[in-house]
Design a binder for this molecule. Structure first.
Ligand code: CO
Length: 133
């Protein structure tokens, strides 16, 4: 078994501050980490739940993939992050199983992780992110 944890559930939102406030009011949730990933045009806020995260994400510019997803599908569940020990190994295993990678090789993600995205087509309709801490 290559998966070690559900790393995060990513939820795309229009207004990051409003979403953070909502999670704080509803659950008493505190943001553990915030980061802007300029290369992806995304800003994220991570709320830790046990050893996983809720990842609230929003677009930092109108031409980013997140902006496109928000425009096309609106707010909501965007992708799921599966934690693995070795991103390259897990990516190769998924490709071997028929997955369509969006990243041919692992690349840097937020909070110092190494990540790779897999296209929903070929993975039962779910955008998957492999996350190596
Ligand atoms: Co993610």
């Amino acid at each position: 078994m290559l998966l070690t944890e559900i790393d995060h559930v990513a939820i795309a939102v229009h207004d990051l501050e409003a979403a953070i406030e909502y999670y704080a009011e509803a659950f008493g949730a505190e943001v553990e980490h915030r980061e802007i990933v300029e290369s992806d045009g995304v800003e994220e806020a991570l709320i830790k739940v046990a050893d996983s995260y809720i990842q609230l994400i929003t677009a930092t510019r109108p031409d980013s993939p997140i902006a496109g997803a928000l425009e096309k599908r609106g707010e909501g569940l965007h992708h799921i992050g599966y934690r693995v020990d070795d991103c390259a190994e897990a990516l190769a295993a998924m490709v071997e199983a028929g997955a369509r990678p969006l990243d041919e090789v692992p690349r840097p993600g937020s909070r110092g992780t190494t990540i790779a995205f897999i296209h929903p087509k070929g993975s039962f309709g779910t955008l998957i992110e492999l996350v190596q801490e």
